[in-house]
Write a protein that binds this ligand. Structure first.
Ligand code: ATP
Ligand code: MG
Length: 508
C-alpha cells in the first residue's frame, strides 16, 4: 500500500469529565473516500476537529503527519493552508449574507488592498459553482436557501482553495435525493483529482455506496479500518455497537382508539408566491394509540403541516380547524400547542429545539416547568429525578445533567430535544425526522419509546424520509405531494413503490 497522505497517531483528547478520544489512530490514502463511523458520542466529530485545527495543537495529545511530515495546526486557517478543509455537522454560514459573501468571508478579493472587489467576487463565485455543476445565483441570501443548498455552499467554500483532504461531518442529513446524488458526483470528481475525503455518516447505505474503506470508533477508542468489500451491514453494526442488533424495527401492534387530533382544511400560504400554498387543504384524523406517518419527498409540505399544527406560523398565513378530542383549539403559538397537548420534535434542533448554552436539565424541563412546580417554585428533587429518567431511557451520553447542551455530540443533542418533548407528557407527539443523526443502537431505543408511547395512548405522528422506518413503524401512512395529501395506506398494504407513486403526484 502507498504511504498515506495523512496519519493521526495516538490522539487523545479530554474534556472535563470525558475522554472523548483515547489513543486514536487514523490513516487516509490519497484519493480515497474514507468512511468514519461510530455511535453517538464515539468521538468522530472531535477527531475531525483535532485534524482541522478547530482544537489547536497543545489541546490534545498525539501527532499528525501530512505527507510524511509532522504538522501542528494552531488555527483552522493553518489546516486550510495545508489543504485540509472541514464541513461541520451543524452548518456555519451567515444567513444575512449572500452566497458569494459567505464563500469569500474574510478572504474577499480587494482592489487597492482594501476595497472589496465585488465584481470579481461574484465572478469567482459563479465559476466555483459552475465547476461544481450547481446553478445558483451568487447574490442570493443564505437565509433564502434550503438546508440542502446551504450545504452545497459550505462545500463550495471548503473546496475553493487547493483542497487535499475534505472532511464531511454528516453531510447528507438534510439533503434531498437529488442533492445527495450531486454530492456523490462532486466527491467522485474530487477523488478523481486525487483529493481524499473523510465521510462521517450514520447512514450505512451511503457508507457502502460511496466509501472505499471505513474506520470505526467506539467510546473514543479506535476499533479498526476495513475495506468496504470486507464488511457487511451486520459486521459493521457489531464493530460499532459491540453487540448484534437483530431487529431494527420492533413494532408492536397497537390498538388504535378514539380520534384525538382532527385537522380540517389546513392551509399555509406560500409567503414568496401569493395565491399558492405550502400546505394545501390538508385534512386528517389521528387516533389514540396509533403511529401515523407522513411520507413524501423533501419539500412536499410535511414539515410545514406540522409546524402549522404546532402554531409556529403567524395566524395570518394559516387557516383551517384543529380539534383535540373534538374541541376546537385556538393555537396561536407553540406555547398554546403545548397547552393543548401537542408537542413537536423538530428536524432542525439548532434553530427550533434547543437552548445550546443551557444545561441538559434546563432544556429537558423547559417546556414542562408547570408540571414540576408548585406555586411557581420548581420542585428540584422531582426535576432531577425526571431528567435522570430521560437521560437513562434515551441513553444520553453525558457525565452529568448540568452539562451545556452545545458540548454534547450531535446525536445526543437530538435525544435531548426528544426528552424535552416527552417531558410535556403530550397527547399528540409529532416527530419530524426523529432519527436524523442518531446511531443504529439509539434508533432502536427511539422506536421502543415510540411503541411504549402508543401503548400508553399517545398519538405519535412521524415524518421520515427513511422509507424503511416508515414501513417498519407506522400503523397508517399519509403521503404528501406539493402541499396536498395524495394518498393513504395502511400498514398491511403499504409498499415502497406505492408510497413513491403518491409522493411523486401519481395515483394508482
Ligand atoms: N466541547 C466539548 N466539551 C465537553 N465535551 C465534549 C465537547 N465536545 C465533545 N464532547 C464530548 O466528547 C464525546 C465525543 O463527542 P463527538 O461530538 O466527537 O461524538 P460523535 O462521534 O461526533 O457523535 P455524533 O454521532 O452524535 O455526532 C461526547 O461524549 C461529547 O459529549
Ligand atoms: Mg458528531
Amino acid at each position: 500500500m502507498n504511504s498515506p497522505v495523512l496519519e493521526m497517531r495516538h490522539i487523545t483528547k479530554k474534556f472535563p469529565g470525558v475522554r472523548a478520544l483515547d489513543d486514536v489512530t487514523l490513516e487516509v490514502q490519497k484519493g480515497e473516500i474514507l468512511g468514519l463511523v461510530g455511535e453517538n458520542g464515539a468521538g468522530k466529530s472531535t477527531l475531525m476537529k483535532v485534524l482541522s485545527g478547530v482544537y489547536p495543537h497543545g489541546t490534545y495529545d498525539g501527532e499528525i503527519f501530512h505527507k510524511g511530515e509532522t504538522v501542528r495546526f494552531h488555527h483552522i486557517n493553518e489546516a486550510k493552508q495545508s489543504g485540509i478543509g472541514i464541513i461541520h455537522q451543524e452548518l456555519n454560514l451567515i444567513p444575512e449574507l449572500n452566497i458569494a459573501e459567505n464563500i469569500f468571508l474574510n478572504e474577499e478579493p480587494t482592489v487597492w488592498g482594501s476595497v472589496i472587489n465585488y465584481s470579481e467576487m461574484y465572478l469567482e463565485t459563479h465559476k466555483i459553482l459552475d465547476n461544481m455543476g450547481i446553478d445558483m445565483n451568487p447574490r442570493r441570501k443564505i437565509a433564502h436557501l434550503t438546508m440542502g443548498k446551504q450545504q452545497l455552499v459550505e462545500i463550495a467554500k471548503a473546496i475553493k482553495d487547493n483542497i487535499e483532504i475534505l472532511i464531511l461531518d454528516e453531510p447528507t442529513s438534510s439533503l434531498t435525493e437529488v442533492e445527495v446524488d450531486l454530492l456523490y458526483e462532486l466527491l467522485r470528481a474530487l477523488k478523481h483529482k486525487g483529493v481524499s475525503c473523510i465521510f462521517i455518516s450514520h447512514k450505512f447505505k451511503e457508507i457502502f455506496h460511496i466509501c472505499d474503506r471505513v474506520s470505526i470508533l467506539k467510546d473514543g477508542k479506535y476499533v479498526g479500518t476495513y475495506p468496504i468489500p470486507d464488511l457487511n451491514h451486520d459486521k459493521m453494526v457489531s464493530l460499532m455497537v459491540g453487540r448484534n442488533i437483530k431487529e431494527l424495527f420492533v413494532k408492536e401492534t397497537a390498538d388504535p382508539g378514539e380520534c384525538v387530533l382532527e385537522v380540517n382544511d389546513l392551509c399555509v400560504k406560500n409567503p414568496t408566491r401569493p395565491g399558492s400554498f405550502l400546505v394545501d387543504h390538508v385534512s386528517f384524523k389521528a387516533r389514540k394509540g396509533e403511529i401515523l406517518a407522513f411520507a413524501g419527498l423533501m419539500g412536499s409540505g410535511r414539515t410545514e403541516t406540522m409546524m402549522a399544527i404546532f402554531g409556529a406560523y403567524s395566524k395570518k398565513s394559516v387557516s383551517g380547524d384543529i380539534r383535540i378530542h373534538n374541541n376546537s383549539t385556538n393555537i396561536r403559538n407553540p406555547a398554546d400547542a403545548l397547552k393543548n397537548g401537542i408537542a413537536l420534535v423538530t428536524e432542525d434542533r439548532k434553530q427550533l429545539g434547543l437552548h445550546l448554552l443551557m444545561s441538559i436539565k434546563e432544556n429537558i424541563t423547559l417546556a414542562s416547568l408547570e408540571k414540576i412546580s408548585f406555586a411557581n417554585v420548581i420542585n428540584k428533587p422531582k426535576e432531577s429525578q425526571i431528567v435522570g429518567e430521560y437521560i437513562d431511557s434515551l441513553k444520553i451520553k453525558t457525565p452529568s445533567d448540568q452539562i451545556a447542551v452545545n458540548t454534547l455530540s450531535g446525536g445526543n443533542q437530538q435525544k435531548v430535544v426528544l426528552g424535552k418533548s416527552l417531558a410535556t407528557e403530550p397527547l399528540v407527539l409529532i416527530l419530524d425526522e426523529p432519527t436524523r443523526g442518531i446511531d443504529v443502537g439509539a434508533k432502536v431505543e427511539i422506536f421502543k419509546i415510540m411503541n411504549e408511547l402508543v401503548k400508553n395512548g399517545v398519538v405519535v405522528i412521524m415524518i421520515s424520509s427513511e422509507m424503511l422506518e416508515v414501513l417498519g413503524m407506522a400503523d397508517r401512512i399519509l403521503v404528501m405531494h406539493e402541499g396536498k395529501i395524495t394518498g393513504e395506506l395502511n400498514r398491511k398494504e403499504a409498499t415502497e413503490e406505492k408510497i413513491m407513486t403518491y409522493a411523486t403526484g401519481g395515483t394508482r
